[in-house]
Design a protein around this ligand. Structure first.
Ligand code: GDP
Length: 315
């Protein structure tokens, strides 16, 4: 008899992992096995393999990663490259050795070439130079996606990968220096409203275009892929809709600190000019996002404010 059951979530305390835990708990179908730092150091192949052999999960979501915005990648390239490579190599090998039935590896839209035609299709991977500001992370994640494909080809493992667009939601990091743009804007405008500041400074020119997906929608899409997709190509996960950073800043301002003036600081990096995913592969499976950007910003702002009141600023 096959003793494997349960679904493991590697990186259970991160933005994506915690959304997956909420989604899987709401579903109630599976025994959920969180696989975080407390359970095993995923950079260590032997410790990772021990955990897999002991717990024998049937399915695995690999949401563990060192993540951060432009500034964090510039300051800590070794962790972004080395730790993410180690996590991919030790988790995928342990999953193979322990006979995991299906594994979903999380890539990211920022691993596509800087000049990829928009909206970006999955086959744009490795067709051109990367965006230098997140290259360490991108190199590691590309290796992870290719490794999942290699395990399919060499060992017949059901390993798939998903490429989420920019994510946001409860549990995000709101550190002004290292976070991604949306949580940074939520915090900046919240503080401007609180302090009665006349203006807020937003990095870059405001012209770059980005797509944003609420992490609860991502978790729902990942469960859909785990159930319905088994292919070699990674699958993009997004809304298929983008907006400029200036438009995004105005949305956050209107909700958090109406009337505040927005100023731009072009001495800060813009990053890639546009990043919008072609999500036709995913929508062909029947999946659609449910949370609008306005609704998502409103609820994430509320979460941030509530979190602050409880004295846990996530810094
Ligand atoms: P990216 O999508 O990989 O470029 O990562 P980010 O989320 O860090 O940045 C997205 C865009 O938002 C870039 O053009 C940034 O210059 C811009 N941006 C504006 N204000 C901020 C901010 O306070 N923090 C961050 N991280 N980005 C900002």
């Amino acid at each position: 008899m096959d003793t494997r059951d349960g679904v493991a979530v590697a990186g259970p305390r991160g933005l994506v992992g915690s959304a997956l835990l909420r989604r899987l708990a709401a579903d109630g179908r599976d025994r959920v096995l969180p696989l975080g730092r407390a359970e095993a150091d995923l950079r260590d192949p032997a410790a990772t393999l021990r955990w897999f052999l002991e717990h024998r999960p049937a399915r695995v979501y690999v949401a563990a990663a060192v993540v951060g915005g432009i500034q964090a990648n510039i300051e800590r390239p070794v962790e972004f490259l080395r730790d993410n490579l180690l996590i991919a190599t030790s988790v995928l090998e342990a999953a193979r050795a322990a006979g995991v039935k299906k594994l979903l590896y999380l890539g990211s839209s920022c691993i596509y070439p800087r000049e990829a035609p928009q909206p970006i299709r999955e086959d744009a991977l490795l067709t051109g130079p990367l965006e230098p500001t997140n290259e360490p992370y991108a190199i590691a994640k590309i290796a992870g996606v290719r490794l999942a494909q290699a395990y399919r080809r060499q060992y017949g493992c059901e390993f798939i990968s998903a490429m989420p667009t920019n994510l946001y939601g409860p549990g995000d990091k709101f550190d002004l220096r290292t976070s991604h743009v949306l949580p940074a804007l939520i915090r900046r405008f919240h503080e401007a409203g609180r302090d009665g500041a006349a203006s807020v400074t937003v990095w870059g020119t405001g012209a770059p275009r980005r797509e944003f997906l609420h992490v609860d929608d991502l978790a729902d899409a990942l469960v859909c892929l785990m159930d319905r997709y088994d292919g070699d190509s990674p699958v993009n996960v997004g809304t298929g809709v983008d907006l400029t950073i200036a438009e995004l800043a105005a949305k956050v301002r209107d909700l958090a600190a109406p009337g505040t003036r927005i100023e731009f600081d072009p001495s800060r990096p813009d990053g890639v000019p546009r990043k919008l995913l072609d999500v036709s592969r995913l929508t062909a499976l029947g999946w659609r996002p449910r949370i609008s950007l306005d609704e998502g910003i409103r609820s994430t702002l509320a979460w941030y404010r509530q979190h602050l009141q409880h004295g846990q600023d996530n810094r």
